[in-house]
Design a protein around this ligand. Sequence first.
Ligand SMILES: [Ca+2]
Ligand SMILES: [Ca+2]
Length: 366
Amino acid sequence: MIGLKNHFFTVLVLLVFGSTLKGQGVVYPGDVNNNGVVNHVDLLYLNSVLNQIGPARDEFGTEFEPFEINPWGFNIPGTTLDAAFADCNGDGFITQADVFAIDENYYMEHGIPVEDVFTEGEISSDPKLTLEFDYDIEDFLLLEITISNETEIEDLQGVAIKLKFDEEIFSPIGIIEYDDSWLGDESELIGTGIMPDFEFESTSYAIARKGDLGPATGDGVLLRAGFIIIGDVIALSLEDFETEVILESAKFVGPTLGEIPVVYDTVQIFIPQEEMEFLTNTKDIKIASSEVNIFPNPNNGQFVIDTKQININYMELYDVLGKKVNQLPGFNHQTQLDFTRKESGIYYLKLHSDERIFTKKIIIEN
Ligand SMILES: [Ca+2]
Ligand SMILES: [Ca+2]
């Protein structure tokens, strides 16, 4: 009987201590704020303790599995989380290498994720975040994310933004530019969140002024995000073309992660016909790009391209990050390609004819 009681006591102690350890002492690399999901918001938490130093973990690594921390003895500002949660790779330093761990484990989940908190502002008093497309490049469209110049924003340290779009029309590519951001020059900023989430027709970005530099005050362009228009949609657009990109959520924070409310924008993207012509390098956008067929798609890397009557001069293959990975010769009417050695994922194939560029999304699953 005594033995049994002791056993119960041991079980009770294990339960209490075990759950405490699980809550306080185990980190999933990349989930800096420990809410059960790795995303752009984690960058803001990491940034608030950037360049801090503490005890390394017993085990290094960024695989998405639980690692026991060695507590650093101080918390991420505004949280009850030990700063060791921001040391994603466990080496005892909070650096750019830990930001890479967020990218590596983006969208990974553990336990039951709790939603990040976003504070939407009041139209009458708070700064407005606006979206605008910049068509002025040939290869990709850039969506400018801007603080309206009527409402300066004060003491801003970092931003995390999520956009929703119609994936039949747009595809985000992993281009995030902030070389002319008022928040700082490139050496003063860190960024993450370049991976589109096609499942939810959304994409998210975060940039922050490095935590040890202090905040900035200003207005104007914060960052530019790259998008590509899928060729089929251009073909459907016999007249002016309209769609929208919605700013679904935004988190703006000051130096100790204090929330700065901003007003969200939903932008109607109106692209007049002459701009469409510019985008496609074509004089007649009425010719349907559905004349270009790719099959099968998704595929294992092997697929056929059939253009019917159109001669293709050359082709370019881009990966989901907007990086050109191949340039290929042209063909007449039909050809077969073999990319079975490419990694699984989303690619964009641009086919250049004399007068048009066709952009096709290709999904390789091998
Ligand atoms: Ca998180
Ligand atoms: Ca580290």
